[in-house]
Each structure stands twice: as structure tokens, then as C-alpha cells.
Design a protein around this ligand. Structure first.
Ligand code: DAH
Length: 339
């Protein structure tokens, strides 16, 4: 009997030592001390032990039980501590690591330029207005003194919806819409999308943006146009920017001009950026044609005005030295995140 108990105790101790986690340890407890456990079985067998031996055997059993219980308890504590240590180690947070940066969007170069243009002109008292992209032939051409046989009206240049409606090829029709509704003095800019039947390449796109500008008041002269546009480009490209006006033709202005700015890369000496010219063409402008004023209900004897139209992409490409217009439309993150 004593040997049997010793064997049970040794087995229990070995298994307790070998237990790798709490659940295995619990299995060991059940196997020895549980209702059907080995030690319990011995206790149940006491009735077969001779009465005089019972106290001794009982003492052995109790001792074995005590030892097993103690071993179970201390191993349980050990395993619990190990489990906790492991968990703490796994969940450790290194507070010295740099924080993860959230990706945030970037504003498109066209948006940056448009905001700047609007800031400059609203600062001079201009109103920002919009007109429809789907436009009547009347506003896009006729009311701007562009005759029926004008080459710009060719289907090769203009997307026609039907014979009266088209996708506007310029923002100039907004001039007419404003003059029809508003009494002078008028000071407005009209940014927006325009459309032309062009093939895509580094400098062309079937859809791009223009910013139209117009001032109508009493005693407005070409000097006002020059002063205003000089102020505009000096704020946009730097205060040393010089301007040059070349005579040009637009049906809706008389006289008309194209304005060049001195190259802001070389200051006018001539470089690769300005193709050795020292000057860069930037916009079209002129004094609003009396016919255009009259057609829109404004008396050209009483009021005069100037107007200009500038390509938004043209400014973006120049200002940020982008050499291919397609980059502005492709939404490549590697490009956009530079702004
Ligand atoms: N609409 C012209 C174009 O698309 C640009 C332009 C030139 C607008 C002269 C004007 C202007 O208002 O006065 O080429």
C-alpha cells in the first residue's frame, strides 16, 4: 500500500512539473485528486484495509494529498505568472517610435493658381462669377461679334450639341451674360472649364480652363487695362515682372492685344525656359468692342471697358515649371503630392 501511494505521488509530482500550461495542470489535478482520481480511489479502498492499519494508511494518504496539493498550487502560481509575463511582453508599446502619419490630400496646382488669381482680383474689388459650360451659340460667338463664317466656329474647333447649343470654347460668353443682367460699374472675373476639339498632347487638351476678366465703367481706358494686368502678373510671378503688349486681333475687343511677361526664370535675358526669347506669352486682352457693349444693352457712348482671357493651365505650367499639360489631368499621386 505504501509503495502504491509513493508511486502515485511520484507520478503526480512528475506530471505537475511537466505541465506546460494551466489547462494541462488542471487535467493533472483531476487525474489524481478528482472524484475518479487515483488518490481518491485509494481512499475509497480504505474499507479493505485492516482496521489496525487504517490510521497509518490514512496518514500516508493525507500526506500524499497535501504534497500534491502544494505542488499543484505553487506550479499554478508559476504558470499564471509566466502567462501574464508573456502577455505583457507581447502587448508592449514602444512609445519612442515615431507616430504613423495619416496621408492627407494635396491641392491641385490648378486650384492653387485659381485661388491666387481670385485672391488678387477680389482684392481689387472684382466679383467672381460663373457661367454655363453648355452654352448657346449666341453667347459663345454671335454676341461676341464673332461672325458666322469665322474659323473658330468650324466643327473642327467646336463641339456642337445642335445648331444652337455647344460646349463653350471660351469663358468670354460670361461677359455677355453679366452685361445683360448688371448695370455698370462692373468688375468681374469668370473662371471655368472650356472645350475645344483638340488632340491631347503636351500643350493641348479637349477640355481646359480659362479665367475671363472684365471691367465696364465710365472713362475706362487702355491704361487701366495695362495697370490692372501689370499688377496681376507682378503679384502672380514676382514684383520685377515686366509686361509687353503686342497688337493682336480678337473680334470682341478693339483694340486687341496679347500680353507677354518678362521671363521670371532669366529675368528677360533669354533661357531654355523662355526658348531664348526673354518673354513669355500669357494672355489676350483688349477694350470691349462697342458692338459687343451695344448688343448686351450697354451704351458705348456712356461706358467703356476692358476684358482679358487667360488660360489657367498656362499659368500653372509656368508657375510650377511643369513641362507637360497631361500631368495636370492624370491625377498621379507622385505628381500631385509635390504641391
Ligand atoms: N477668349 C479668348 C480666347 O479664348 C481670350 C480672350 C482674349 C478673352 C481677349 C478676352 C479678351 O476677354 O479681351 O482665346
Amino acid at each position: 500500500m505504501k509503495e502504491r501511494l509513493q508511486k502515485i505521488q511520484e507520478d503526480a509530482m512528475r506530471q505537475i512539473n511537466e505541465a506546460v500550461n494551466l489547462s494541462v495542470l488542471n487535467d493533472v489535478r483531476v487525474a489524481f485528486l478528482g472524484k475518479k482520481g487515483e488518490l481518491t480511489a485509494v481512499l475509497k479502498g480504505m474499507k479493505d484495509v485492516a482496521p489496525e492499519d487504517r490510521p497509518k494508511v490514512g496518514q500516508f494518504v493525507n500526506e500524499a494529498r497535501k504534497q500534491i496539493e502544494e505542488a499543484l498550487e505553487s506550479t499554478k502560481e508559476k504558470l499564471e505568472k509566466a502567462a501574464l509575463d508573456k502577455k505583457l511582453k507581447e502587448e508592449v508599446i514602444d512609445v519612442t517610435l515615431p507616430a504613423k502619419r495619416n496621408k492627407i490630400g494635396h491641392r491641385h496646382p490648378n486650384t492653387l493658381v485659381l485661388d491666387e488669381v481670385e485672391r488678387i482680383f477680389t482684392g481689387m474689388g472684382y466679383e467672381v462669377v460663373e457661367g454655363p459650360e453648355l452654352e448657346y451659340d449666341y453667347y459663345n460667338f454671335e454676341a461676341l461679334n464673332i461672325p458666322a463664317n469665322h474659323p473658330a466656329k468650324d466643327e473642327q474647333d467646336t463641339f456642337y450639341i445642335d445648331d444652337k447649343i455647344l460646349l463653350r470654347t471660351q469663358t468670354s460668353p460670361v461677359q455677355v451674360r453679366v452685361m445683360e443682367k448688371q448695370k455698370p460699374p462692373i468688375r468681374m472675373i469668370a473662371p471655368g472649364r472650356v472645350f475645344r476639339a483638340d488632340e491631347v498632347d503636351a500643350t493641348h487638351s479637349p477640355s481646359f480652363h480659362q479665367i475671363e476678366g472684365m471691367v465696364i465703367d465710365k472713362n475706362v481706358t487702355f491704361s487701366d487695362l495695362k495697370g490692372t494686368l501689370t499688377m496681376f502678373v507682378q503679384q502672380m510671378f514676382g514684383k520685377d515682372t515686366k509686361v509687353k503688349f503686342r497688337p493682336h486681333h480678337f473680334p470682341f475687343t478693339e483694340p486687341s492685344a496679347e500680353m507677354d511677361i518678362s521671363c521670371f526664370k532669366c529675368g528677360g535675358k533669354g533661357c531654355r525656359f523662355c526658348k531664348g526669347e526673354g518673354w513669355i506669352e500669357i494672355l489676350g486682352c483688349g477694350m470691349v468692342h462697342p458692338r459687343v457693349l451695344r448688343m448686351s444693352g450697354i451704351d458705348p457712348e456712356e461706358y467703356q471697358g476692358f476684358a482679358f482671357g487667360v488660360g489657367l493651365e498656362r499659368i500653372s505650367l509656368l508657375k510650377y515649371e511643369i513641362d507637360d499639360m497631361r500631368l495636370l489631368y492624370e491625377n498621379d499621386e507622385r505628381f500631385l503630392k509635390q504641391f
